[in-house]
Design a protein. Structure first.
Length: 509
């Protein structure tokens, strides 16, 4: 039987009623579904499901709900002194829930209760791996000792990554090297871990091996590739090679009926219908025709579909198609107005919407630079001294780019004039970025690697790499990425000192 942790649609109720009346609902099945519900935080559903349990079992269910609300209650010896088939499940889940808020407190709770109850091997591994993943940014010997003591198997990639991050926080390079070596081979050979292994080897004095790895990573046109090139003074891989698609093949694709329909819908600005038709039209095209379709979309100024269609082919060398210069005049005017980097604004715009005018996120962000309406109103009043925009105005390129550029300027000003911190704040919010400042000054590449949100970490890497590419597209010599990555101090007031120290070290070398 397949069980779900969330409430099912009402249409399922008659089926459940017949199934229950036939005697299939047992206490064991009820507990299994309660476990799934509690795992996803649906404690109200769990309480509802428990109405068929015995009074004694309902007492245990209430204890579980109480643990969900206050995991520290797992320390209570009296409440859990008697055995129950789900007692260890309840307690281990409570520790994991505590770890979401505070890894160190979860560790203390686990060390208190682990000796008292017969947790099975899977429960112990699940809890301890979860704690490790939530101790990444926790300084101190106790946390690090626990991380070092937990066994990690080949399949536990998140835990592998977490303990490498814990070593990076401390710049414990010998441990970084050992733990990267313990990664599964396909993961270990990625440009990301090649870069960090090279950093470790370099710090350990093995310059020859480090340089070989940097040279390998520097072949990539990416965040890690650019960082690696910086470490050895190498050139960035920024070669542009136009998408190989003949004019004849482009015309063949243009003559497809579905492509013609998509083009008409696009011309009528029926964006959603146009994209739906385009996806249907290109769904069964082979690689060569997809490249031709991407070229066609580019020729017609449909930049988002050109980017997404080419991405399906795995062809990454057409920098002009993948990184358009649409709205260049608007971007330049607003960047100059706020004295911020034009390439940076282009990179943020490319990452946020891929030049989709009517982009709208699930969270409600709108337009080319994906602005939340409340943020747009605040920026309009505070930064631009203008009337707050109506929601539909956020889909207008001139309004959206003006507000997005002003917001970047605001974030940069609030966060020590750091484009790195401002970029992270554009994605995750300035309140989070200030919480993520380290307890001691860290190299920026380490600080970025340790960001607790996967989305923000990936976002920041891409925007930094895209900024380099857009400088190239603007006809400039790209600024070295290391020049943008100033050390991140524990206090924003120290950021200027950190920049100065980096500049002094650079001059001395």
């Amino acid at each position: 039987i397949w069980l779900h942790g969330k409430s099912r649609p009402r249409a399922c109720d008659p089926v459940f009623a017949v199934w229950t009346a036939a005697g299939h609902l047992s206490p064991d099945i009820t507990w299994q579904r309660i476990e799934k519900a509690m795992e996803v935080g649906e404690w109200r559903l769990a309480r509802y499901l428990g109405r068929t349990l015995t009074p004694a079992d309902q007492v245990w269910l209430e204890r579980w709900i109480s643990l969900y609300r206050a995991p520290v209650k797992a320390r209570g010896k009296a409440a859990f002194s008697t055995s129950h088939p789900y007692r260890e499940t309840m307690l281990s889940q409570a520790v994991r829930r505590q770890a979401r808020w505070d890894g160190l407190k979860a560790l203390e709770l686990w060390q208190d209760i682990k000796p008292r109850y017969p947790f099975n091997a899977d429960q112990i591994q699940h809890v301890e791996h979860y704690i490790v993943r939530n101790l990444v940014r926790t300084p101190g010997d106790e946390a690090y000792a626990f991380v070092r003591g937990v066994a990690v198997g080949d399949g536990d990639l998140k835990v592998h990554e977490a303990r490498i991050h814990a070593a990076l926080l401390r710049e414990d390079w010998p441990q970084v090297i050992r733990w990267i070596a313990a990664l599964p081979r396909d993961e270990r050979d990625s440009e990301r871990w090649a870069y960090w292994l090279a950093r470790g080897l370099e710090a350990n004095g093995d310059a020859v091996a480090a340089r070989a790895l940097y040279a390998q990573a520097a072949r990539e046109r990416s965040y890690y590739g650019f960082l690696a090139a910086d470490r050895i003074g190498g050139d960035y891989q920024l070669e542009h090679v136009e998408t190989p698609a003949t004019a004849e093949l482009v015309n063949q694709v243009a003559d497809l009926d579905a492509v013609k329909r998509a083009a008409e819908l696009f011309a009528l600005e029926r964006w959603v219908d146009a994209r739906r038709e385009w996806r249907w039209a290109t769904a069964d095209l082979d690689t060569q025709k997809l490249k031709a379709a991407a070229k066609l979309a580019e020729q017609r100024g449909w930049h988002d579909q050109a980017i997404f269609t080419l991405a399906k082919t795995g062809y990454w060398d057409d920098l002009e198609l993948r990184f358009p210069m649409a709205y260049a005049d608007l971007v330049e005017a607003n960047a100059n107005l706020h004295d911020i980097d034009i390439a940076w604004v282009c990179a943020v715009l490319r990452q946020e919407s891929a030049f989709m005018d009517d982009a709208r996120s699930h969270a409600g962000a709108m337009g080319l630079m994906q602005l939340m309406p409340a943020t747009a109103r605040s920026v309009a009043r505070q930064m631009l001294k203008r009337k707050p925009p109506r929601r539909k105005e956020l889909f207008e390129p001139d309004t959206n780019i003006a507000l997005g550029s002003a917001y970047l300027k605001q974030m940069k000003g609030e966060l020590g004039d750091s484009a790195v911190l401002a970029t992270a704040a554009y994605n995750a919010g300035p309140h989070r970025v200030t919480r993520w400042l380290p307890e001691r000054t860290l190299p920026a590449d380490i600080w970025i690697e340790l960001l607790p949100f996967d989305e923000t970490r990936g976002y920041l890497r891409r925007v930094l790499a895209y900024t380099v590419i857009y400088e190239k597209r603007l006809g400039r010599t790209p600024t070295r990425l290391q020049a943008r990555l100033h050390p991140v101090p524990p206090d924003l007031g120290l950021l200027g000192s950190a920049k100065a120290a980096q500049q002094t070290a650079k001059s001395a070398s």
